[in-house]
Structures are given as structure tokens and as C-alpha cells.
Unconditional design. Structure first.
Lengths: 112, 111
């Protein structure tokens, strides 16, 4: 069966520090991969999505970047965090169109 | 364009029914429904692909009116476990399955 792993679960980082969040999927190949962010009490904002290795589409211009170095690995990064980067970051995968998303357990990021 | 959900919040007693609506200003390819408990990741409930399609899962079902660009989620005989925030997600093309999530509906079921 397929599983999705996301880490770390929580993170407190100072303003101006770098960020790297990792997400991996097991038990499937060539998944569609997604990064969403959720501000406290708000909806889910799509940040990046990828349909293959090295293929990244950015939805919202901001202080973040994403990479997909391997088929089942998706990384969210920042060179210098801002206070506004705080939130609940969720990785998700889907096999293809016509299927729902499976979300990772999320990373709660607080920038101080 | 973010789909609009209504109501924003609803409180039910166990056993009561509820309807959550989701509407989009753009033509829809599919509609997803998810439930999120506080502090947890959203859980996939169902996806509707065709206009007029209805799907059901236990006492939770949904309809999709492609022409009106709307979907509704029906919760019947609600249980305490139904509490959470419900999100619809819409896909406007069948390409990369890029889903835009709605504003959310907070549902609380009380004894």
C-alpha cells in the first residue's frame, strides 16, 4: 500500500534562517506531488505541484521554492524565512487525475 | 479562483442532517471533498467527476451539478465523529489535477 511521510512535525525557526521540508511517498511510482500551506483557521493554499522529476510549477510568487530530485521525493525550501512564512505545511500526492489526494501529516512551522 | 462554500459554520445535534454547498465561477472538471480535524491533515472523502454525478459513502453523499458549477455534500444522521472542517476542492481542467480548495465549513456535532 502507498504511504506518505513528511517531516519534521513541528519547527520553530528564526527570521532569516533557511528552511527545508521533506516529503516522500512509498508504494507508487510517478505520483503527482503537491505542497500546500494553511494559515491558522484558514483554507489550503497551493504553493507548488509536480508531475515528474525536475518538473515544478509554482502557484504563488513568494519566498519559497520546491524541488523534486527523485520520483517520490518533494522538497520545500527557503533561503531566508519571513514571519509570514509561518503556517501548517502539507505535502500531498495523487496517482493521476480522477483520484483524491492523500496528505502527509503536516509540518507546523513557526517563524520567530 | 477559490470556490465558495456555505455555510461557513454549522452546529448540529447528533442524528440531524446537514448540507454543505460549494460553488465555482469557472467550469469544473471535478470536485473533491475532504474533512479535517483540528490539528490534523485533511482526509479525502470522495471525488465527483461527471456532471450530475452522485456518490455516497456510509451516510455521507455528494452531488455535482456541472452546469451550475456547484457541488453539495450531504451528511445524514450526523455522528459526533463527523465534527471537523469540510473543504471542497475544485479542478478546472483534467491536466495536472491541480485542486483549488474552498474556504471551508466548520461542522460541530453535539450530543
Amino acid at each position: 500500500s502507498q504511504t506518505i511521510h513528511q517531516w519534521p512535525a513541528t519547527l520553530v525557526q528564526p527570521v532569516g534562517s533557511p528552511l527545508s521540508l521533506e516529503c516522500t511517498v512509498e508504494g507508487t511510482s510517478n505520483p503527482n506531488l503537491y505542497w500546500y500551506r494553511q494559515a491558522a483557521g484558514r483554507g489550503l493554499q497551493l504553493l507548488f505541484y509536480s508531475v515528474g522529476i525536475g518538473q515544478i510549477s509554482s502557484e504563488v510568487p513568494q519566498n519559497l521554492s520546491a524541488s523534486r530530485p527523485q520520483d517520490r521525493q518533494f522538497i520545500l525550501s527557503s533561503k531566508k524565512l519571513l514571519l509570514s512564512d509561518s503556517g501548517f505545511y502539507l505535502c500531498a500526492w495523487s496517482p493521476r487525475a480522477g483520484h483524491g489526494y492523500t496528505f502527509g501529516s503536516g509540518t507546523r512551522l513557526t517563524v520567530v | 479562483q477559490q470556490p465558495v462554500q456555505s455555510p461557513q459554520a454549522v452546529i448540529l445535534r447528533e442524528g440531524e442532517d446537514a448540507v454543505i454547498n460549494c460553488s465555482s465561477s469557472k467550469a469544473l472538471y471535478s470536485v473533491h471533498w475532504y474533512r479535517q480535524k483540528h490539528g490534523e491533515a485533511p482526509i479525502f472523502l470522495m471525488i465527483l467527476l461527471k456532471g450530475g454525478e452522485q456518490k455516497g459513502h456510509d451516510k455521507i453523499s455528494a452531488s455535482f451539478n456541472e452546469k451550475k458549477q456547484q457541488s453539495s455534500l450531504y451528511l445524514t444522521a450526523s455522528q459526533l465523529s463527523y465534527s471537523g472542517t469540510y473543504f471542497c476542492g475544485t479542478e478546472n481542467s483534467g491536466g495536472y489535477q491541480k485542486v483549488t480548495f474552498g474556504t471551508g465549513t466548520k461542522l460541530q456535532v453535539i450530543p
